[in-house]
Write a protein that binds this ligand. Sequence first.
Ligand SMILES: C[S@@+](CC[C@H](N)C(=O)[O-])C[C@H]1O[C@@H](n2cnc3c(N)ncnc32)[C@H](O)[C@@H]1O
Length: 261
Amino acid sequence: MGKVAFIGAGPGAADLITLRGARLLAQADVVLFDALTDPALRELAPDARWVHVGKRGFCDSTGQAAINALIVRHAREVHLVVRLKGGDPSVFGRLEEELEAVAEAGLHAEVVPGVTAALAAAAGTQRPLTRRGSGRSVSLTTAMTRTGELHASRSADTEVFYMAGKQLGALSRRLRDSGWPADTPASVVSRAGWPDQLHSEHTIAELARASLLHAGRPTVVVVGAGARAVVLERPASQVATSGIVSEDIAPDQGLGQTLRP
Ligand SMILES: C[S@@+](CC[C@H](N)C(=O)[O-])C[C@H]1O[C@@H](n2cnc3c(N)ncnc32)[C@H](O)[C@@H]1O
């Protein structure tokens, strides 16, 4: 009987996995991995058998049952199965179902945390999620409910929305209906933690403008206290004359580009 290690791969670049995760991954016989993880992670376990179980074909409940069955089948055959997940396994990662399947099969499990997208976005844009005085609580929310309906609330000083990238117009309306003032800052970050991270700044009233910029990329939306810039912006003369793109984060300080639509 083998063991199953659920390891958070972090939001992108392979060097954002934890040391503990990398060491355990190196011992894997089989790695079941998601679509979002960096292919460079394969170098950490070159002799393992890598099995892709990300999105295509596996995203509905039938797909989840198939993943659960794969985990259990492999764990009965080898010493160590790694279930490698994007970000942190405990955040919108279907960890509950997979832990249940492993426990029901009488197998041993271990969970290694990872850097979730909200934290990568905060780091990559240098916008702390908590702020002294104004930002004392943070919520991680998926805007999408099981029925596909969009949901938004005002439950924390900083709200980070996952899986809302395709419905920013609806999110804008729902946020205002939930009591957020129209001029509340919103920071939209796609591919946080990757070299091609994109970041755009909005008010929640204008959130829909971010749709095109971030289309087709994994995106989080930070609303409220944690969306505000900390550093004073550069004088206007240093912003690109198109008025659309400015690299307000120097390459040695942060990642990607900040876009102002
Ligand atoms: C199924 S959830 C998985 C979240 C993951 N477990 C985590 O902790 O980040 C997928 C959603 O996470 C967000 N996401 C994942 N990686 C991201 C990244 N690098 N940049 C921005 N958002 C990301 C997006 O909202 C995406 O739709």
